[in-house]
Structures are given as structure tokens and as C-alpha cells.
Write a new protein. Structure first.
Length: 139
């Protein structure tokens, strides 16, 4: 009898906190559509080429802050649609610590409220929760 009792007690959690810790839990994976490279690890950068620095149209944006982002440097990845006037791909770091790549045009024409995809998603979730909580929800 004591063996069965010990088996039951060892398999069930002692209280609610223990149940949460030992349970499988649930995970949340946001459904975010990201059109650019996004990473929590630094994205490789390259130095500015001499040909770029001598160009009259080139502006070195390294260290430039816009919105919640700071430009770290030029990405090693070449832009596939560079011929569409988007310019170079720059590596930017959000205040949350995530890294992303952005085109020159999106940095220069930013609204001042730019965030990474995860911060933007969290803002949308918070706003929707606020609307639902205060009766602004139209669903």
C-alpha cells in the first residue's frame, strides 16, 4: 500500500504552482509575416567600401537612430531588388535587442515610430486587448 501511495504522491503536484511548473504548459507562436531578415542574434555586417564612400549619393547611416531602431552597419547580404531603388540593406537593432535588415529608403523615410516586427506585434496585441477590455471591440 505504501508503494502505491508513494507512486501517486510523486506523480501529482503538491499545489497549483507546482502543477504549472511540472505541466507541459502551452506555448504561443505569433503569426507574424516578416519580409526581411529578423534575428535575436547579430546579423553579419561588412565595412563600407571605398567606392561607396566616394559616391556623392551614398550616406553612411551607421549610428543613426530612428524610432526605436539604431543602425549598426551594412549587411553582408546583398539586396536582391537593389535595381528597384531600395538601396543597400542595413542592419538595425531595436531597443528590445532584436536585429533586422532594412533598406536605405525605409530608414530615410521612417515615421519616427519604427519598431522591429516583434515589438510591433506586441503593440497590436496590447491595443486589441485594450479595445476588447474597454468595449471598443467591433467583433
Amino acid at each position: 500500500m505504501s508503494v502505491q501511495l508513494h507512486k501517486i504522491l510523486s506523480s501529482t503536484p503538491a499545489d497549483r504552482t507546482a502543477a504549472i511548473v511540472t505541466s507541459k504548459g502551452c506555448s504561443y507562436e505569433p503569426n507574424i509575416k516578416i519580409n526581411f531578415q529578423h534575428s535575436d542574434l547579430p546579423i553579419p555586417i561588412r565595412p563600407v567600401r571605398k567606392s561607396e564612400s566616394y559616391s556623392t549619393t551614398f550616406t553612411n547611416l551607421t549610428g543613426h537612430k530612428y524610432g526605436w531602431m539604431i543602425v549598426v552597419g551594412i549587411a553582408r547580404i546583398e539586396s536582391s531588388n537593389n535595381h528597384h531603388g531600395k538601396g543597400l540593406l542595413w542592419v538595425v537593432k531595436c531597443v528590445c535587442g532584436n536585429y533586422e535588415t532594412r533598406h536605405t529608403s525605409s530608414i530615410k523615410k521612417s515615421s519616427g515610430k519604427d519598431k522591429c516586427a516583434e515589438c510591433r506585434h506586441l503593440d497590436n496585441v496590447k491595443r486589441n486587448l485594450f479595445y476588447y477590455k474597454h468595449g471598443y471591440n467591433k467583433e
